[in-house]
Design a protein around this ligand. Structure first.
Ligand SMILES: Nc1nc2c(c(=O)[nH]1)N[C@H]1C(S)=C(S)[C@@H](COP(=O)(O)O)O[C@H]1N2
Ligand SMILES: [Mo]
Length: 222
């Protein structure tokens, strides 16, 4: 997709964004309960769905594998750009995980395949000052994570779900998967990981969503 195109965000569904910002202000769906991960499978205020919803800003970039690139820069020992074959050459992992969207749906038991954040960082060493990461997406979306959340067991750059390539609407060729946080942290159409010394809130984090987003603590809104 041509990211220099003017008015990129002009195409975004402004109404939808405004509604979600209002929900954040109202504290929609907050139950005040607390549940322990591992003991209760469903985080507070969530309900299980069987079909995987599609949620995004409305732009759905279609990225041919030949054009796909992932840039890893900021506080890394030296910046790297991976193309599809370089990404495939990294060690591949399969991992089963549930996902929890802040809009209250949870989807159980997907089998995710891709590269763990830990394996990626073995390939691209960080500088010691790196403490945060921003995921940048082809549609202009961003989201921030601490290095600890990014590196946590289960965090991955995924290309497949249940054995099939991720569809374009779900963020293929490659999206982030941070299953222990609300699903807005799992950036679709991942194009860049930028490592930082200081935190920098992303798209929803500056619009009233919680900076971290732990579903077990109902960290929906800031
Ligand atoms: N690039 C990008 N990634 C994104 C979003 C987006 O708008 N753009 N939306 C986030 C939100 S709010 C959710 S709930 C999930 C939805 O992913 P899905 O459409 O695969 O269910 O993607 C997250 N990642
Ligand atoms: Mo979301």
């Amino acid at each position: 997709m041509d990211e220099r195109k003017p008015g990129l965000f002009g195409q975004i569904k402004e109404k939808l964004i405004a509604r979600k910002e209002d929900w954040a202000k109202e504290g929609r769906l907050l139950t005040g309960e607390s549940r322990l991960p591992g003991r209760d499978r469903l985080p507070p205020g969530q309900r299980e769905v069987k079909d995987w919803p599609v949620l995004d800003l409305g732009l759905k970039p279609d990225i041919p594998l030949d054009y796909w690139r992932l840039r890893i820069d900021g506080l890394v020992s030296s910046p790297v750009t991976l193309d599809w074959s370089a990404f495939q050459a990294l060690s591949q992992t399969r991992h089963q995980a549930d996902i929890h969207c802040v809009t209250s749906w949870s989807l159980y038991d997907s089998l995710w395949q891709g590269v763990t954040a830990q394996d990626l960082l073995r390939h691209v060493p960080l500088r010691p000052e790196a403490k945060y990461v921003i995921a940048h997406s082809q549609d202009g979306y961003t989201t921030n994570l601490t290095l600890a959340d990014f590196q946590k067991e289960g965090s991955m750059l995924v290309s497949h779900r249940n054995g099939a390539p991720l569809s374009a609407e779900h963020g293929g060729p490659v999206r982030l998967l941070i299953p222990h946080l609300y699903f807005w942290k799992s950036a679709k159409w991942l194009k860049r990981l930028e490592f930082l010394a200081e935190d920098r809130p992303g798209f929803w984090e500056v619009r009233g969503y919680h900076n971290r987003g732990d579903p077990w603590n109902e960290e929906r809104y800031s």
